[in-house]
Design a protein around this ligand. Structure first.
Ligand code: SF4
Length: 438
């Protein structure tokens, strides 16, 4: 199976051809022919439009906040370089830098970037992997902004964390900003007060998903709260319910709902908090009855999966094992055979001893890589349209070559530095998560 980037090149060429021939529908398809363009086209577009965009891919329809970091123009030589030239330049720079640099590649990155990574994993695995390289002066994080922030929080002050393209954010993380969360918290304090009940439980504890800004992790650290990942969300919610009557969960409503539902919390006790409405769009009574208040956020990659895709997979492949990520909507998780984090999905496939057909509901780059890695199984993405994460897409080998060659010249490009106060409080919330036991 070819990589997603190569497939996109082939398919978009075919799409253009079919458009010229006025042809009808065909398969496979991409969600945007713009995916074939260099990500630098969208760095320039942000300046032209006077506002940032997430670029092509799953988050295309989401509106990027004004303050989204922007990436300056990549020098022309990196845009013009062939894949082979970039390959040689990256390998050369890595050789010169040796152990002074560690390159981290998220599961959802394109293969053309992942192949240079010293570690590949999910965001928290990667931040921890960096800790095993205390001699590395630079940590190049091929992922998105909140991941680089987490790596900066957990790394030593001597280490510089680098994000190859500053425009690689996360539309889900951007759906909960610190001002809106602070405003929501103030409203909740008015409704619930701040005094513990007779059992010593506080009215509400904030829980943030790892996929959130450092500022939100810091908010949780300061307000008795905690961070969770998609692997440990149930353990973290159990920890929170031991200390609080209810939880304010942000930014991903789906992870919060799927986890709490599996723990037996009724849907009626999980109101949604819409930051644009007074009391989040709820009555005081609804909030008083709540167990988990869900922030109105979602991942545009996982929102693409639906129940009809699962029905189609079951009709075409009797006996198929359907595994989806908990960022998928509840109906999709309910219709699947299993759900779990990227790490869970990988381990489930690795553990299958008989040749099996797997239909997977998560980002396409990971699904294709799993299909290549486990050729004894049939593995495909539930979504037939190739639509990668828009922000992961912003990292390209050209940017990686640019930041690595900068390091060779002793220049640190695109450093991500978290404010020391935010970093200290965010670390408290992360440490609570590490200490929480199932
Ligand atoms: S896959 Fe979803 S949650 Fe992950 S970086 Fe992309 S938009 Fe954010």
């Amino acid at each position: 199976m070819t990589s997603v980037a190569t497939s996109i090149k082939l398919i978009t060429r075919e799409e253009a051809e079919l458009k010229r021939n006025n042809a009808g529908s065909f398969a496979p398809q991409t969600c945007s022919t713009d995916l074939n363009l260099g990500p630098w086209e969208f760095d320039a577009l942000a300046d032209k439009l006077g506002m940032p965009t997430y670029g092509p891919g799953a988050s295309m329809a989401d509106v990027a906040p004004k303050e989204t970091p922007r990436q300056g123009q990549l020098p022309q030589e990196y845009k013009d370089a062939t894949d082979e030239e970039l390959d040689q330049r990256i390998l050369k720079a890595k050789e010169v830098l040796g152990d002074s640099v560690v390159v981290l590649g998220h599961f959802y990155q394109r293969d053309e970037v992942v192949k240079y990574a010293d570690f590949v994993g999910d965001s928290f695995q990667l931040a921890n992997a960096a800790l095993t390289k205390p001699d590395a002066k630079a940590i190049v994080f091929c992922g998105v902004h909140f991941m680089a922030e987490t790596a900066d929080i957990l790394s030593t002050p001597e280490q510089a964390v680098i994000l190859p393209n500053l425009a690689a954010g996360c539309s889900m993380a951007d759906m909960a900003d610190i001002d809106s969360v602070e405003a929501a918290w103030a409203e909740l304090e008015k409704v619930f007060g701040t005094e513990p009940d007779a059992d010593g439980k506080v009215p509400v504890i904030p829980v943030t998903y790892m996929n959130s800004s450092a500022a939100l992790k810091g908010f949780c650290g300061e307000h008795g709260g905690i961070v969770c990942t998609s692997s440990n969300a149930e353990t973290v919610l159990t920890w929170a319910f031991e200390r609080a009557q209810r939880v304010l969960f942000f930014p991903d409503q789906h992870l919060g709902r799927n986890t709490a539902k599996a723990m037996g919390v009724p849907l009626e006790q999980m109101p949604m908090w819409n930051p644009r409405k007074p009391l989040g769009g709820n009555t005081e009574g609804e909030l008083q009855d709540s167990r988990v208040i869900l922030w109105h956020g979602f991942c545009s990659v996982h929102k693409r999966f639906n129940v009809s895709q699962i029905e189609k997979a079951r009709a075409e492949f009797p006996g198929v094992r359907v595994i989806v990520h908990p960022e998928c909507p509840m109906e999709v998780v309910d219709a699947a055979d299993e759900y779990g984090s990227t790490d869970y999905i990988r381990k489930a496939i690795a553990a299958a001893t008989e040749p099996t057909t797997f239909a997977i509901g998560t980002e396409i780059n990971l699904v294709n890589r799993l299909a290549n890695e486990f050729p004894q199984h049939t593995i495909f993405c539930l979504d037939p349209v190739i639509c990668p994460c828009s922000t992961m897409y912003r990292i390209h080998p050209g940017y990686l070559a640019w930041v690595l060659e900068g390091l060779v010249e002793s220049e640190v490009r695109n450093q991500i530095s978290v404010d020391p106060h935010v970093s200290a409080t965010a670390k408290i919330a992360l440490e609570r998560m590490l200490a929480a036991k199932p």
